[in-house]
Design a protein around this ligand. Structure first.
Ligand code: MEV
Length: 319
């Protein structure tokens, strides 16, 4: 039996502008997806449980309880099994990363499955091979959509600066809170919407993208020096710029304002593509409980997360 787990991620700064070449900053978080593989001669089966923090399981043999989330997760794992022509295995997926929320759940599942299979079948893939193969697999399942950031963060962990290249940054971990609107979102349509706005109003959107890139670059030394108050200010600026290009929603705004108001956060912004999904907030040193309460009162699902955590780990390897 072999298990591997991989982290989800948040985009801290720079989403959307990165599509047009500006810098973005992403961080692995300590919500993880885990994939366990056992030999089962004569049958190949994928099971999913505890996905999206809701308990259920899917048994492909009996086709018992099926949910959209489980089907979604099993598509990624079947793609990994097909990529390596792997059969006669029972694969169990567990995850505490909400699916389709912009927190990198599919990348984490693909990376964990690839790493577990790598060890189980002795495929000899390096970390870089795992990140590359996982990126290709995720992109194929998503019909061409998928930036290398999510699979790179799920594999290597830590922080990444993304522009034309993906650059690991050595920065300290931070305690943050993620607020999920409980609304799934569609990255492809949000990116298309923003790119169409840019094509129609380049004189307006180009400077906004430049400002977003500048915010991302300024954030790096602030994280290094743990200047959290200033970092929060930049989160607020970045959120305003994302609102300006039309990816905010009422639900995201409610969580952002609840975090800054009753939650007392240093700053708050949407994270990822927008149009639903999640926001992030930076709590004051003793403000965690108030922030989580404020987000829950604003009808969000709140998670305390630590940024910059460890990448993929093979957790158990038993005969
Ligand atoms: C989505 O998590 C981030 C976007 O910038 C898209 C991308 O970088 O591929 C909106």
């Amino acid at each position: 039996m072999t298990s591997a787990s991989a982290p989800g991620k948040v985009i801290l700064f720079g989403e959307h502008a990165v599509v047009s070449g500006a810098k973005a900053l992403g961080a692995a978080i300590d919500l993880r997806a885990k994939v366990t593989i056992r030999d089962t001669p004569g049958s190949t089966m994928i099971e999913a449980c505890d996905l999206c923090l809701r308990g259920f399981s899917l048994d492909l043999n009996t086709l018992q309880v099926v949910s959209a989330e489980a089907v979604h997760a099993t598509r990624y794992v079947s793609a990994v099994l097909n990529e390596f022509d792997a059969r006669n295995l029972r694969v169990m997926i567990e995850s505490d990363i909400p699916l389709a929320s912009g927190l990198g759940s599919s990348a984490a599942i693909v990376v964990a499955a690839t790493a577990a299979l790598n060890r189980h079948l002795d495929l000899g893939l390096s970390q870089k091979d795992i990140a590359d193969r996982a990126h290709r697999i995720e992109k194929a399942v998503q019909e061409g959509l998928g930036s290398p950031t999510d699979t790179a963060l799920a594999t290597h962990g830590g922080y990444l600066q993304v522009s034309s290249q993906v650059l690991p940054l050595d920065l300290p971990g931070m305690n943050m809170v993620v607020g999920y609107t409980n609304q799934s979102h569609d990255t492809r349509s949000e990116v298309a919407k923003v790119q169409s706005l840019k094509a129609r109003y380049p004189d307006l959107v180009d400077p906004i993208f430049q400002a977003i890139g500048a915010v991302s670059a300024r954030a790096v030394p602030l994280i290094r020096d743990q200047k959290l108050r200033e970092l929060g200010e930049l989160m607020n600026v970045n959120h305003g710029l994302l609102e300006a290009i039309g990816v905010g929603t009422r639900e995201l705004a409610e969580l952002v304002y609840a975090a800054r108001g009753a939650g007392g956060a240093f700053g708050a912004k949407l994270t990822g593509a927008g149009g639903g999904g999640c926001m992030i907030a930076l709590p004051t040193p003793h403000g965690f409980a108030a922030l989580i309460t404020a987000l829950r009162q604003a009808r969000g699902t709140a998670f305390a997360v630590k940024t910059g955590c460890e990448g993929v780990k093979v957790e158990r390897d038993q005969a």
